[in-house]
Each structure stands twice: as structure tokens, then as C-alpha cells.
Design a binder for this molecule. Structure first.
Ligand code: R5P
Length: 299
């Protein structure tokens, strides 16, 4: 006699907060997940109410949240997670293409807090897992060191290497500071390009001092400056200044995460740089490197 058994198939439902639906579409198309809908209502006094329209009882949920400029997004995100949980979601996986607050990974000055820890604590109590693309891992060597939930880090290196290989002839890769060397070296290895890494000291939000690169051997090359984050663009602009003052004209800037605070993008273009290219972890006019296929692999 054959034993009868029933296997419960748990549905996965994907929601997107604060940004475009392209990652949600890619994920659902690739893996057959369902798409969910929710409303974020802001009351006249600016309190937030979340309403989940899709039945999430006994489901796994993936919340894709674009968390650049995170402060105003944090309460809606935490309330979304709480609401999903109260409606019976079994497992909540936060996918944040750009993970904020990672740069304050120590107390740089007396009396400062370590925001990366505080942000991680709030997220870790709200959701069950987190995935992101190239978080700013510097003093924290792994996301697990600061997040108490299972985490997955996706790397943009292959996508950036592919973009450079198909758009730049004879590239030399320049890292504008020590932290960037992790991306520079892994991309350089993929496309067999020479590298230069600058030393940088940040004196303030809009002031950095970086070392002058030895560009002499590369005067026939095209320079590609790569950083994980472009925020004020001060780091990039200082590196461009060093290159231009040595007669280098062909300069491409690549940022994984296009934060672009204030008029940073316009300031960067005004340097006369050949092109500014970013990944689409943060929606911006400069997005040319699509991370959809990476996000589509997440479960
Ligand atoms: C810091 O170490 C990061 O890797 C970036 O270099 C930095 O966030 C860029 O900031 P900004 O564009 O404001 O110079």
C-alpha cells in the first residue's frame, strides 16, 4: 500500500518599496514568484499607515526596498515588516540593492555613535534575512559581523568588468582610495587591466586629500575611476583633478551606487569627464549597468 502524503508548497510574494519595479519583475519572471501590492498612507500629521492588499498568510515574502536617503524610509519599512508578520507571513527577506549607513563603521571622533550597528539592529529585529549589492565593507569585513540575521552579498564586479570591456579601449583602473582596492583588483583581474590605487584622507563631508597617481606609464590608456559610492562626488573630483593636471583627458567614472547628494552629479559632469556611469541599485539618470539578473537569482 502506498503511503499518501501532502507537501505544503509555500508561495513567495514579492513587494517593492520606494522605487521602480524592474527588480521585482525580473525576480518574479525568473522564479515564478507572485507580485504583491501594498499602500503606504501618510496622514496629514506625517504618521504612516501600511496596508497590505495581497494575502500573505503562510507565505514567504521578499521586500525589495530602495534605501538610499534612508531616514524617511525607515519607519515605512519597519511597519511594512511588522504588518506582513501580523498578517501571517512566515519569512521576510529584505532585498536592498543599496545598503545605507555602512560607512559609519567606527567612532571616527570622540563621542560619535556607530550608525552601522544601530541601523543593523533595527533591520535585524524586523526581518529574517537581508541581501544587498556590494555594501561598504571596510572595517566590517562581513555583513554577518554587524547584521544578526542571515545575509547575502551580491557583487557587481562581473557586470562592471563586462561594461568596461565593451565600452573602453585600453583601460587602466584607478581606485580613488584604499577602500576601493577590493573592487578595483577583482575587476582588473577579470579584464586584465593595470591598476592604480590612491591614498585618501577625508577632512570633512566635502573635503578630501588624495595622493597623486603615477600616470606616466599609461598615457596611451583610457582611465576608469571606480568607487562603490558616489555621494558628494568629492572623492571622484579630486582623482579627476590629479589626472587632468597630468594631461589625461579620457576619463570614465564608474560608481556602483549613485547616491549623488545635492548637485554632485552636475559638479562631476562639469569637470569635463568623458562619462559617468553607475549601477541601477539607486535609480539615477547615469544608470547604465543593470543589476536585475543578479537580483533575479535571489530566493
Ligand atoms: C568611502 O570610503 C566610499 O568608498 C566613497 O569613496 C565615498 O563614500 C565617496 O563619497 P563622496 O562622493 O562624498 O566623496
Amino acid at each position: 500500500m502506498r503511503t499518501k502524503y501532502w507537501r505544503t508548497i509555500i508561495t513567495t510574494i514579492v513587494f517593492t518599496l520606494f522605487g521602480p519595479l524592474l527588480f521585482e519583475e525580473a525576480l518574479c519572471e525568473k522564479q515564478g514568484f507572485s507580485r504583491g501590492t501594498l499602500n503606504i498612507h501618510s496622514f496629514p500629521d506625517e504618521e504612516t499607515l501600511i496596508q497590505i492588499e495581497t494575502n500573505v498568510h503562510d507565505t514567504n515574502v521578499i521586500v525589495i526596498a530602495f534605501l538610499d536617503r534612508p531616514n524617511a524610509k525607515l519607519i515605512p519599512l519597519l511597519f511594512t515588516a511588522n504588518t506582513l508578520r501580523s498578517l501571517g507571513a512566515k519569512h521576510i527577506h529584505l532585498v536592498t540593492p543599496y545598503l545605507p549607513y555602512m560607512r559609519q563603521d567606527t567612532a571616527f571622533h570622540k563621542g560619535e555613535g556607530i550608525s552601522s550597528i544601530y541601523f543593523a539592529q533595527m533591520i535585524s529585529t524586523a526581518v529574517d534575512a537581508i541581501s544587498t549589492i556590494d555594501p561598504h565593507l571596510h572595517r566590517w569585513k562581513k555583513l554577518d559581523s554587524v547584521y544578526a540575521i542571515p545575509s547575502k552579498v551580491l557583487h557587481a564586479g562581473d557586470k562592471i568588468a563586462h561594461w568596461i570591456a565593451s565600452h573602453v579601449n585600453m583601460p587602466v583602473l584607478l581606485g580613488p582610495d584604499g577602500e576601493s582596492s577590493q573592487w578595483i583588483h577583482s575587476i582588473a583581474e577579470k579584464i586584465q587591466a593595470p591598476t592604480l590605487i590612491l591614498k585618501k584622507e577625508r577632512l570633512g563631508d566635502n573635503t578630501v586629500l588624495s595622493s597623486i597617481p603615477e600616470t606616466q606609464p599609461y598615457h596611451t590608456h583610457a582611465f576608469v575611476i571606480i568607487d562603490d559610492i558616489i555621494s558628494t562626488a568629492t572623492t571622484m573630483i579630486q582623482a579627476i583633478h590629479h589626472l587632468k593636471s597630468q594631461g589625461i583627458q579620457d576619463i570614465t567614472c564608474i560608481g556602483i551606487h549613485a547616491l549623488f547628494a545635492g548637485n554632485a552629479y552636475e559638479k562631476l559632469l562639469a569637470t569635463g569627464v568623458s562619462q559617468v556611469v553607475t549601477g541601477n541599485s539607486i535609480p539615477h539618470i547615469s544608470n547604465q549597468i543593470d543589476f536585475s539578473s543578479m537580483i533575479a537569482m535571489l530566493k
